[in-house]
Design a binder for this molecule. Structure first.
Ligand code: ATR
Length: 290
């Protein structure tokens, strides 16, 4: 691709940013769609998020993604915020407006697209959600909004699960999230569940880590979705499969949150065939062990 006077720039702000796969997603998409756009990572030091956003607006950057640890902090620097992002309390995508940026959360819509693409339903489902941190909190919100019947939210720290449940239940006007301690998994009623792994346990290099190690727990899972994609197959996924369930990693969620951001910035619709091409490229990256 030739960079010239008409090239539009997007990027990622976070700290750290050097391991991000987002440049691969966006620059591959720009290539496939023949758009004159580049995407680069920008390291932002702690305490400098507001300066970064003001500077980005001054440079007319088309859009930004926001990653750890700035997804909440960035909200104070926005001109506008989308309702879903506001409710979740986390923004991962900024879209240029006149004189500033509007904030969106494409992580959740990305997870939803990834799940529906695999034929996984949320509506009417009984769900086990592991974790109550930033990622799990957003998943709880998604499940509630998309009509889950009940979500058992298990977390090591009870207070956090309780706080998320209160907040989400209040926002949707029904008692859908049930907070529980991780150790209380035995109290989940008999049945088969969709289980979403939203803790950081099992993330490389802690590849042998798993948040619940008891084999019996995995008999309750018909589908396991881990938000982690490195390693490619987490121990949670392996245990789910060993007990007859289907298991997915979080790479498609990453892919689709990027695609939705790309669509917002460029006012285009990315087809499933194009999405698949980007997915193959991401997969190659993992296979090559980079
Ligand atoms: P993220 O933004 O990735 O969600 P986070 O907000 O730090 O990161 O949340 C991490 C999640 O992993 C939390 O649910 C955390 O449990 P606590 O709320 O009790 O801290 C969970 N987690 C991290 N390490 C854990 C461990 N060793 N055992 C159980 N849960 C763990």
């Amino acid at each position: 691709m030739e960079i010239n006077g008409k090239t539009r720039t997007c990027g990622l702000i976070g700290n750290p940013v050097e391991h991000t796969l987002s440049p691969m997603i966006h620059n591959t998409l720009a290539g496939i769609l023949g758009q004159n756009m580049v995407y680069v990572p920008f390291l932002v030091e702690h305490g400098q998020v507001a300066e970064a956003v003001t500077g980005a607006a001054a440079l007319h950057l088309l859009g930004l993604n926001v990653t750890v640890p700035y997804k909440s902090e960035v909200i104070a620097s926005l001109q506008e915020i989308d309702d879903l992002a506001k409710n979740i309390g986390a923004v991962n995508t900024l879209v240029q407006t006149k004189g500033g940026y509007k904030g969106y959360n494409t992580d959740m819509e990305g997870l939803y697209r990834a799940m529906t693409g695999e034929g996984i339903r949320i509506e009417g489902e009984q769900i086990i959600l592991l974790g109550a941190g930033g990622a799990a909190r957003a998943v709880a919100y998604l499940c509630a909004v998309k009509g889950a019947k009940r979500v058992y939210m298990l977390n090591r720290t009870w207070d956090k699960a309780k706080a998320v449940a209160l907040e989400v239940n209040r926002a949707v006007g029904r008692d859908v999230i049930m907070p529980m301690l991780l150790t209380e998994y035995g109290k989940i009623p008999e049945g088969k569940y969709l289980a979403i792994q939203g803790t950081s346990v099992g993330l490389a290099p802690d590849e042998e880590g798993v948040v619940i190690a008891d084999e019996a727990f995995y008999d309750k899972i018909h589908t396991g979705f881990d938000l982690i994609y490195s390693p490619w197959e987490t121990r949670f996924m392996k245990m789910t499969k060993a007990h007859g369930g289907r298991a997915y990693n979080g790479l498609k969620m990453l892919l689709y949150q990027g695609i939705i951001a790309y669509e917002l910035w460029n006012d285009v619709c990315v087809s499933e065939m194009e999405a698949q091409k980007v997915y193959e490229k991401l997969k190659e990256h993992f296979n090559s062990g980079d």
